[in-house]
Design a protein around this ligand. Structure first.
Ligand code: NAD
Length: 253
């Protein structure tokens, strides 16, 4: 049955940065498809926890600052101790710093690369090790961006990190596909979250962005629900190293 392929019943999914925005919507979608959810956050993900539990699924609240990879081994140990396994990792946590490239600081470079690229790799590595140890494969979904494909302006470390995420997604897929581990990315377009609040507050940028989105609207977090369930489920078992672009047609222009 095609529909059964999308079920996540009995699966355990880790979602980083799920107390708000895209991570919150993806955590809820995975729960609605049947998965128990491990949220990795710096602060209490109260609303997400409540929504996941209202969907009838379990929620484990783990705290970590993904700006430092030193937390990853304890994170994975605590995650696996909960249900005895891990099946899905959504590498969603991310930050952005905006400044002209000519005066961009090393701090703004390092902070963004650490969260958006370094932790993404080492968390994926830890998840893959667990998938291999428990057998049966697993799913890794990295959150990319339009800036995985385009240069953008005033966001050099973000562009570097998100371009790197796309390359790493392909590398990890190449190395781990034969172990039944699917590594793919979701590349959201311009979505209404904290990440884009500054753009939406700037009337000129807001109009310019809206003018080039064929769908004629900003994306909303729920637009990622179907895509994340697809990439987390058996429905995508032969999809490796790809990026699912969810952008209202932005890149098609
Ligand atoms: P958001 O700011 O609402 O969410 C970011 C999440 O990452 C939050 O939960 C935050 O707490 C968490 N996070 C940040 N730094 C962390 C750290 N050091 N340790 C642990 N968690 C940390 O923004 P969002 O738009 O929901 O972003 C989610 C992801 O989507 C990010 O990777 C972002 O780059 C990406 N993205 C967003 C858009 C957009 O238009 N909003 C577009 C493309 C990609």
């Amino acid at each position: 049955m095609v529909l059964e392929q999308f079920s996540l019943q009995g699966k355990v999914a880790m979602v980083t940065g799920c107390n708000t925005g895209l991570g919150q919507a993806m955590a809820l979608a995975l729960a609605q498809a049947g998965a128990d959810v491990i949220g990795v956050n710096r602060s209490a993900p109260e609303a997400t926890q409540q929504q996941v539990q209202a969907a009838g699924r379990g929620f484990l609240d783990l705290r970590a600052d993904l700006g430092d990879t030193g937390c990853i081994s304890a994170l994975m140990r605590d995650a696996v101790a909960w249900r005895g396994r891990l099946d899905i990792l959504v590498n969603n946590a991310g930050i952005i710093r905006r400044a002209d490239a000519i005066e961009f600081s090393e701090r703004d470079w390092d902070d963004v690369i650490d969260v958006n690229l370094k932790s993404v790799f080492f968390l994926a590595q830890a998840a893959a090790r667990q998938f291999i140890a428990q057998g049966g494969g697993g799913k890794i979904i990295n959150v990319a961006s339009m800036l995985s494909y385009q240069g953008g302006v005033r966001v050099p470390s973000y562009t570097a990190a998100k371009s790197g995420v796309l390359g790493l997604t392909k590398l990890m897929a190449n190395e781990w596909a034969a172990k039944r581990i699917n590594v793919n990315a979701i590349a959201p377009g311009y979505m209404e979250t904290n990440n884009t609040a500054a753009l939406r507050a700037d009337e000129q940028r807001n109009t310019a962005i809206l003018d080039r989105i064929p769908a004629g609207r900003w994306g909303v977090p729920d637009d990622l629900a179907g895509p994340v369930v697809f990439l987390a489920s058996a429905a995508s078992d032969y999809v490796h190293g790809s990026s699912l672009v969810v952008d209202g047609g932005w890149l098609a222009r």
